[in-house]
Write a protein of this length. Structure first.
Length: 172
């Protein structure tokens, strides 16, 4: 792996960490995988494609295997903000926490905290783009990384990084 990719991944982590958060409270978890750990996620995604009969896991898994790093950004378990806004689908923040379910992710989640994660993701990929590092936000990479225990966050997205003559994440 190139030192440049490691540096950009670290800058992406910094961008995600310092991105604005609702009420100034930080529930964002950030982990970056390289080498064998990245390979385990890619291989697990191929396995998930077969288990679930979802070809997208195989396509994205091949992309992860061809990448040099995988930045994971997620939102940790949290209570609602106390707004009782119902955007999570429950009448109150208190009801939201009583409706806990878990599949690929654990939920429900406060919409404000998910927005925080979205802003952190946008800040991270902006940083990669500024440094001309190809990347793509991937739901499936986050699901696999969570399943393998690389990150504890309740909702996770993965951002694989690659530097080649043409982005491996498009025209797939």
């Amino acid at each position: 792996m190139s030192a440049a990719i490691r540096t950009v991944a670290e800058l992406m982590e910094l961008s995600a960490r310092t991105a604005p958060k609702a009420a100034g409270k930080d529930f964002i978890e950030i982990v970056t995988l390289y080498g064998d750990d990245l390979k385990r996620v890619g291989e697990d995604m191929l396995k998930m494609a077969e288990e679930r009969n979802v070809p997208g896991f195989a396509r994205d898994g091949k992309n992860v295997l061809a990448s040099e790093a995988l930045v994971l950004i997620g939102v940790r378990e949290h209570a609602g903000m106390g707004l009782d806004c119902a955007s999570c689908g429950f009448k109150s923040c208190g009801e939201m926490k009583q409706g806990t379910v878990a599949t690929d992710y654990a939920g429900p989640s406060c919409s404000m905290r998910l927005l925080d994660m979205g802003i952190a993701l946008g800040s991270a990929v902006k940083t990669a783009g500024i440094h001309n590092v190809d990347n793509r936000i991937m739901y499936r990479a986050g699901v696999s990384a969570k399943r393998l225990g690389f990150i504890k966050a309740s909702v996770v997205m993965g951002i694989p990084l690659s530097v080649t003559g043409k982005s491996i994440y498009y025209d797939r």
